[in-house]
Design a protein around this ligand. Structure first.
Ligand code: ADP
Ligand code: MG
Length: 710
């Protein structure tokens, strides 16, 4: 990235100094700044304004007219609290600029007397009313500078900035701190520049000095966006860099297995299927076969919509491994799913007359069964395919010749850790890895969370699927909803009623699944057999209910969202989702995927309170059955914060400046650059990369540890 003028590879920076030593801060204020997560000078630099007001929209006070919505700025000339006959106390000030003065009134806010002082410079926004002359009734105000501090006059910039502030560190204090320190902070930022002028020019990025300057001291309202873009790139770049290093370590450093395709097993499976693979399946399999056939380890992320045929893709991959004499494991998130996969795979192998064994290993099986499975996996000529849960990677489970690990995304890190241990033990433990996800996520989110993996998409459903009809009902229409459910049950079909919570909490009026289960059983579906499923049940109890449902002993399952994992009961054709507005769209899509699993038309009924926003979201959902489209809509509507969910580590948000809704081009560039650097200089030992290495080691240490790329 070019040895820049003052390269300092130690990573030391004045920005790591405690904020206390900056001008105008001191011990007391630095304590208060902690509430804003500002501990160091760097934190202060990164504490960027939350709002920018175009000063050209600030109107001269002399020209304000009654009826206008005005933004005005000036100094407080006088102030006081005025009691009214009705007992209401009104805080009033007279605000003056070069063109005149005007009264500002805050009815019912006498306490403002303690906040504002005569001589303060403030900015107000609100309607101009006629009341003993002209008055502004501010909706908002910002204290720009304090009167009694001998502060230099706020420079008459063209953009007013408003920082996130607290009671103890109000706006004017922050502004004053920045006035005194910004020049120094910007100089320090310049020292940390890691992109060469050439690279910046090519990508159209500002340098760090300029970027922060435009965020803290914008010259125009478009400046902050340019600054943000640079910082967004930085955070995406370092995230991608860590992942590129992880990818390098896992796929390149240790040689992988070169699987050779003989078609011994793959062909019979093909021939035994009574359908063609979808184009997406064929494409994804080509990607997988290519990875597996190459000397580097596969590290691939397979995303596919509900019902897109992931299991079959998994099986073909395992057969390729088997053709070279290697074992595979397929790890599912729950026992029931593991059982289901095991059964499906067993049937497919049997039908194709492929002479290999698949064993099931889950925690819930009997000790003798477990021992048998473990033995089969460990011995030559034993099991070629292991299907199971976490139990597969527990202590004491060894493999004769493991070549491929297929794992649910939830277990990604656990499997890595376990495999890292195995690497210490045995030479041969270098299996290829395929991570599968049950819920589609938008590409930008996938690249952010799984940047270390290569992406494969199953973005096509097998032909002949009838899309699930999805409708939206109000709670008052519940009687009709039940009638509709009963129609399905009367035809021998099954269904689900899903609730968001288990226990009725005081704060919410959510109907607890438990209560509803009893009510539905005793008052509504009296002739049907209902089952109850909720998060408080032990997993063995849950599995018991689901097994009974699968075997047809239960007609209708009343459940909290625990049902969402990939349960496959094709006879289930109706689903009711209560309080649908409380679920994210992707979660709704997962739930909906429990029906529509045969050629019989299915229906999904959302019951939601009236409410504009929620209904708009749900209407989008009713219109499409495409999981990727649902995921995109979810990201658009909810933003990325929610979607990161459990993936967040520590108190810092994963991304502060980048917005995955709009920054995909930036992300792609960051990824290309990160991968480019790692492929040329994986140790980052080149003097050109000293700055990058230093930033990584000092500011991303925790993340490096998490990805085990120290
Ligand atoms: P996923 O795990 O992606 O939700 P599954 O692997 O369970 O989907 O597949 C759903 C169903 O579709 C299974 O019954 C499977 O046999 C069937 N299936 C898979 N691929 C095809 C295909 N190409 N054509 C028709 N049916 C398919
Ligand atoms: Mg390989």
């Amino acid at each position: 990235m070019g040895s820049s003028r003052r390269a300092d590879s130690s990573g030391f920076s004045h920005l790591d100094r405690p904020v206390q030593f900056l001008k105008g801060v001191g011990p007391k204020r630095s304590e208060a700044l902690k509430k804003l997560n500002i501990g160091t000078a760097r934190d202060l630099l990164y504490h960027v304004p939350r709002r920018y007001d175009d000063a050209s929209t600030i109107q001269p006070i002399g020209s304000l007219k009654v009826g206008q919505d005005a933004t005005a700025a000036g100094r407080v000339r006088s102030m006081g609290v005025i009691p009214t006959r009705s007992g209401l106390r009104i805080f009033q000030i007279v605000l003056q600029d070069e063109t005149g003065y005007i009264t500002c009134s805050w009815p019912g806010q006498p306490w403002l007397e303690r906040k504002i002082r005569e001589g303060d410079q403030i900015l107000v926004t609100g309607p101009v009313k006629h009341f003993h002359g002209r008055q502004i009734h501010p909706r908002e105000f910002t204290l720009i500078s304090r009167a009694d501090r001998n502060d230099e006059e706020e420079p008459a910039g063209t953009v007013f900035v408003t920082y996130p502030a607290t009671e103890d560190v109000p706006q004017w204090v922050l502004r004053r701190i920045f006035r005194k320190n910004l020049d120094w902070l910007l100089e320090q930022a310049e020292e940390e520049e890691y992109l060469t002028p050439e690279l910046r020019k090519e990508a159209g990025f500002l340098d760090l000095f300029e970027a922060f300057q435009r965020l803290h001291r914008p010259g125009s309202v478009s400046d902050p966006e340019e600054g943000r873009r640079r910082l967004a790139f930085d955070e995406l770049f370092f995230l991608q860099l860590v992942q590129a290093l992880a990818r390098h370590r896992e796929t390149e450093v240790q040689p992988g297995i070169v699987f050779e395709r003989t078609n011994e097993f793959i062909r019979p499976l093909h021939q035994s299927l009574d359908f063609e693979l979808t184009e997406a399946q064929a494409r994804v399999l080509r990607e997988i076969y290519q990875d597996m056939g190459a000397p580097r380890r596969m590290n691939r992320f397979l995303q596919g919509d509900v019902g897109s045929g992931k299991t079959l893709v998994a099986l073909f991959s395992m057969l390729l491994a088997a053709e070279s004499g290697y074992q595979s494991v397929l790890m599912a998130p729950t026992e029931l799913l593991a059982e289901q996969h095991h059964k499906t795979i067993g049937e497919l192998l049997e039908r194709a007359e492929i002479p290999i064994d698949a064993v099931l290993l889950t925690g819930g099986r009997g000790a003798a069964d477990k021992r048998k499975a473990i033995k089969a996996l460990a011995s030559e000529g034993g099991a070629v395919i292991g299907v199971g849960t976490h139990a597969l990677i527990q202590e004491g489970v060894t493999f004769h010749r493991l070549g491929l690990v297929i794992v649910d995304e939830q277990h990604r890190f656990g499997v890595r850790q376990r495999m890292a241990l195995a690497e210490g033990e045995a030479e041969a433990a270098r299996p290829d890895v395929l991570v599968m996800s049950a819920t589609p996520i938008p590409r930008s989110l996938a690249l952010t969370l799984y940047g270390d993996l290569d992406l494969s998409l199953l973005d096509e459903l097998p032909p002949g699927r009838t899309p699930v009809e999805t409708v939206l009902n109000y709670p008052r229409e519940r009687a009709q909803v039940y009638t509709r459910v009963e129609e399905e049950l009367a035809q021998g079909r099954q269904g689900y009623v899903v609730f968001p919570l288990v226990e009725e909490s005081e704060k919410s009026d959510l109907k607890a699944a438990t209560q509803e289960y009893e009510r539905l059983q005793t008052e509504v579906f009296t002739n049907r057999k209902l089952g109850l499923l909720h998060g408080q049940l032990k997993s063995s109890e849950k599995d018991e209910v689901m097994r009974a449902f699968r075997d047809g002993a239960i007609d209708l399952i009343v459940s909290t969202s625990v049902v969402e994992v990939g349960i496959d009961v094709p006879n289930a054709t109706v689903m009711v989702i209560e309080h649908a507005e409380r679920f994210g769209l992707s979660q709704l899509h997962q739930l909906r995927g429990r029906v529509g699993r045969s050629d019989t038309p299915s229906i999904c009924i959302l019951v939601a309170e009236p409410g504009e926003q929620a209904r708009e979201r749900l209407t989008v959902f009713c219109r499409t059955n495409d999981g990727f489209e649902v995921a995109r809509a979810d990201l658009q509507i909810r933003g990325q914060g929610d979607l990161f969910g459990a993936q967040q580590h520590g108190r810092d948000p994963l991304l502060r400046f980048a917005d995955l809704r709009t920054d995909e081009p930036l992300l792609t560039r960051a990824r290309e650059m990160a991968r480019g650097i790692v492929s040329k200089d994986p140790e980052l030992g080149d003097p050109d990369h000293a700055r990058v290495r230093a930033i990584l080691d000092t500011r991303h240490a925790e993340r490096l540890k998490m990805w085990r790329v120290g």
